[in-house]
Write a protein that binds this ligand. Structure first.
Ligand code: FPP
Length: 235
């Protein structure tokens, strides 16, 4: 069965560390190469007229990594500022959004996020939803807190609560659901990533480490997606 191309792809980019180790390089070199790959992949997906790309760049659990690696990862937005600005400034430039907790990020990163989001907000190209200090369980807490607040302020009657109401309080309520979720690096798990949004996503796993991700895998993932019979619970 063939159907429309995916509108929203989400990627769990895994395997930077193992890619680096296999090349005799440091883990941080793996992350740099991973960020370079990300830039290339954004370009490739832009030309496929995808609407939204969500990427898992730092999870709520990643703070448990060695301090030096956390610091390195948290410095990537600054290190790649020029590249991100470039992608936003191109014709049909990308719109950048950030999803995740904001209370544990540095002032510098909060300022950068504000810069990327506001400078690209009117762009009509690919929307890149950067998930940073992101975990679905924390997003759910945010949803429940918002619901309880609405109830306590009499904007919502508990008995009339529907999934649509809850969706309004997700970090990015206006984004369409995920059609295709890709995980690199060989693991077959969702790791607390956008579980609501991925409720009906087709899931594509590849053993390739993220820095090796390329146009061929994108074509394979699209082909996999096209071959699925998406029934959404119907027969
Ligand atoms: C997983 O590899 C990847 C990450 C922890 C994310 C790295 C983020 C980027 C490359 C892009 C960030 C860019 C910006 C601008 C925010 P891993 O370390 O888990 O690999 P391993 O499983 O082999 O150890």
């Amino acid at each position: 069965m063939t159907h429309d191309d995916p509108k929203h792809i989400a990627i769990i980019l895994d395997g930077n560390g193992r890619w680096a180790t296999a090349q005799g390089k440091s883990r941080t070199e793996g992350h740099i190469e991973g960020a370079r790959t990300l830039k290339k992949v954004v370009q490739m997906l832009k030309s496929k007229s995808l609407k939204v790309l969500s990427i898992f760049t730092f999870s709520t659990e990643n703070w448990q990594r060695p301090k030096s690696e956390v610091a390195f990862l948290m410095n990537l937005p600054k290190r790649f500022k020029k590249d991100i600005d470039e992608l936003a400034a191109q014709e049909d430039g990308i719109r950048v959004l950030f999803s995740g907790r904001k209370d544990r990020l540095s002032k510098e990163n909060l300022k950068l996020i504000e810069h990327f989001e506001s400078s690209s907000q009117n762009n009509t190209g690919l929307t890149v939803n950067v998930c940073l200090d992101y975990g679905f369980k924390d997003e759910m807490v945010h949803v429940v807190q918002s619901a309880l607040k609405a109830v306590s302020e009499n904007h919502l009657d508990i008995k009339s609560l529907t999934p649509d109401h809850l969706e309004d309080w997700l970090y990015q309520p206006e984004l369409p659901p995920i059609d295709l979720l890709i995980r690199t690096g060989g693991e077959k798990r969702l790791s607390n990533f956008m579980l609501w949004q991925a409720a009906y996503a087709e899931i594509y796993f590849t053993d390739l480490y993220w820095p090796d991700f390329n146009q061929t895998v994108i074509e394979e993932a699209y082909h996999f997606y096209q071959s699925r019979d998406r029934r959404f619970g119907k027969v």
